[in-house]
Design a protein around this ligand. Structure first.
Ligand code: FMN
Length: 332
């Protein structure tokens, strides 16, 4: 066990009535945080996990893919559903669909940088229209009957950093917590996360502030807490192929120590479990296809695994995929 110089700093996180034993969440990630991914993450200590971003407009039109993103099971609670929307009618229609589904928190996305989303005045596009954003979030708070959280970025660009002002507006209309990705929309995922803006948001509001950005290890989670004084952290890319990050964060928070990195056997058995869940939830063909990218991420730390990644990216059946996973035993 590696020992950290930092002292244990155990804390919990409350979102509305929801009490989380640990102050971290699995961030929403389109194309990544599906049900199987959430269940694997939960097995390593995640309490609150978020769905992929779901378009309220698409829900309104009965889009099958969006409906499938709402799939959940009892073990997948508490669950946050993330909605992206740009108009009140879509929000109300989306809420109607959600009423028949079990979930615990609604997260509103004002952070997505994708051009097709912002062009519609949704996602990070709303950072340019704080008033409209406040109206939409206010409607969600009034009509959802669940705690509403808001995901934002630092601002649209370096010249229009407004996360603190938006967080205050959100707090005024009853938002339960705000999650700040410390980059602007224009930055996308480039450059380092700006801890300063997350700290300024924390100073501006009394509701919990969840910091997002560059949490690639337990130590970087502690850095986010230390630099920003945030109440919680949202783990995104750092969990891809690395659900052990949640164990690291828990170890540092509770004991001030980092648990050992997973052994090769543990990585391989987690891959098998993840693949099994993917197949059980999606069927063999889609389950295997969906697992391909996860194979690439899990195999990241294995030397000379490139030919195996190529094979995994072509696997079509459970037998083929399990075969490639087995071959990792021989990789250095
Ligand atoms: C593949 C991918 C998909 C993402 N999808 C979403 C999403 O659907 N909704 C959202 O609010 N943020 C999304 N994000 C942003 C993350 O939640 C997080 O805020 C961001 O990646 C910064 O954290 P990180 O630097 O630790 O990865 C996504 C990020 C990635 C890498």
């Amino acid at each position: 066990m590696r020992v950290s110089a930092k002292p244990a700093s155990y804390r919990t996180l409350s979102i509305g009535e929801l009490r989380l034993p640990f102050p971290f969440t699995l961030a929403p990630m389109a194309g990544v945080s599906d049900l199987a991914y959430r269940l694997v993450s939960r097995s390593f200590g995640v309490t609150l996990a978020f769905t992929e971003m779901i378009s309220a407009r698409a829900l309104k039109y009965g889009n099958k893919r969006c409906q499938d993103m709402l799939a959940s099971v009892d073990a997948d609670r508490p669950l946050g559903v993330q909605l992206v929307a740009g108009d009140q009618e879509s929000i109300l229609a989306g809420l109607e669909v959600l009423q028949q589904r079990p979930f615990d928190v609604i997260d509103f996305n004002a952070a997505c940088p994708v051009s097709k989303i912002v062009r519609r005045g949704e996602g990070a596009g709303l950072l340019k229209e704080p008033q409209r954003l406040q109206e939409l979030v206010s409607l969600l708070v009034q009509r959802s009957g669940k705690p509403v959280t808001l995901k934002i970025r630092a601002g649209w660009d370096a010249a229009s950093i407004n996360a603190a002002e938006i967080a205050r507006m959100a707090e005024d209309v009853g938002v339960a917590a705000v999650c700040v990705h410390g980059r602007t929309r224009v930055q996308g995922y480039d450059g380092a996360v700006d801890y300063g803006i997350i700290r300024r948001v924390k100073e501006a509001v009394a509701i919990p502030v969840i910091g997002s950005g560059d949490i690639f290890s337990g130590e970087l989670a502690m850095k986010m807490f230390g630099e920003t004084d945030c109440d919680g952290v949202a783990v995104a890319r750092g969990s891809m192929g690395n659900p052990w990050i949640f164990r690291e964060i828990t170890g540092l928070l509770c004991h001030g120590t980092l648990p050992a990195r997973p052994s090769k056997d543990e990585i391989i058995s987690t891959m098998r479990e993840h693949l099994g869940l993917s197949m059980a939830l999606l069927g063999e063909t889609l389950g295997v296809l969906t697992f391909r990218k996860f194979f690439v991420w899990y195999s990241h730390g294995f030397a000379k695994a490139r030919p195996l990644r190529t094979k995994a990216l072509q696997a079509r059946s459970i037998g083929e995929m399990l075969g490639v996973i087995e071959e990792l035993h021989a990789a250095p």
